[in-house]
Ligand binder design. Structure first.
Ligand SMILES: Cc1cc2nc3c(=O)[nH]c(=O)nc-3n(C[C@H](O)[C@H](O)[C@H](O)COP(=O)(O)O)c2cc1C
Length: 188
């Protein structure tokens, strides 16, 4: 039962993959089911809808997709970033979105609780992208949950269905535990 003192939370997901059959998207789709009571989770717009960052474009006005994403983050109690690792780092489309958002005033990540989940068909589950992302979030002044860390390795065998969702029970339980820890972190 929801503790009567526990404030309801609205979290948003930021997905680092544009791929239709994305494993990370399957995880992001599963999160509302894994959220603790009193926590709702919805998806932000696609990072693929943002143009490449260009200061000259910014000078003419922020693109509507950037404005919308910034407003949704500002209105949320916390952000869940779910992303693959590309070449040991953060996918360019996600980095591009963070670059745009970092130029907004007010900058929506300042003091914003953030939690990271990475997934890969490889064994390490995107650990190197995760630490690059943490470094970026330092500059953005986000408040990032340290532990537990979700790095889902071998993810191709852990998702299924149409549209695909996370089916592996051990990983589902682990992610549910992280979301509970994140909810407590946000409310602190
Ligand atoms: C350009 C590129 C670079 C990649 N680099 C890595 C990597 O450094 N580490 C890793 O574990 N997987 C890497 N992969 C494999 C991705 O983890 C895999 O394609 C994964 O399915 C992408 O996530 P998604 O299914 O959510 O789109 C790379 C894939 C691409 C396309």
């Amino acid at each position: 039962m929801l503790d009567s003192s526990a404030k309801p939370l609205r979290l948003v997901t930021l997905l680092g993959s544009l791929r239709e059959g994305s494993f990370n998207a399957a995880i992001a789709r599963s999160l509302p089911d894994l959220a603790p009571e009193g926590v709702t989770i919805s998806a932000l717009g696609s990072v693929g809808d943002l143009p490449h960052y260009d200061a000259d474009v910014q000078a003419e006005g922020f693109p509507p997709a950037v404005e919308a994403m910034a407003a949704a983050i500002a209105a949320a109690d916390g952000v869940i970033i779910v992303t693959p690792e590309y070449n040991y780092s953060v996918p360019g489309a996600l980095k591009n979105a963070l670059d745009w958002l970092s130029r907004m005033t007010p900058q929506p990540f300042i003091g914003k609780p953030v939690v990271i989940q990475t997934a890969s068909p490889g064994v390490l589950g995107g650990v190197r992208a995760q630490y690059h992302l943490r470094q970026i979030l330092v500059f953005l002044d986000a408040r990032v949950l340290n532990k537990p860390e979700v790095m889902a390795g071998g993810v191709a065998t852990k998702v299924g269905g149409e549209p695909s969702v996370l089916e592996d029970e051990t990983t589902r339980d682990f992610i549910a535990g992280q979301l509970a820890a994140f909810a407590a972190f946000v409310r602190r």
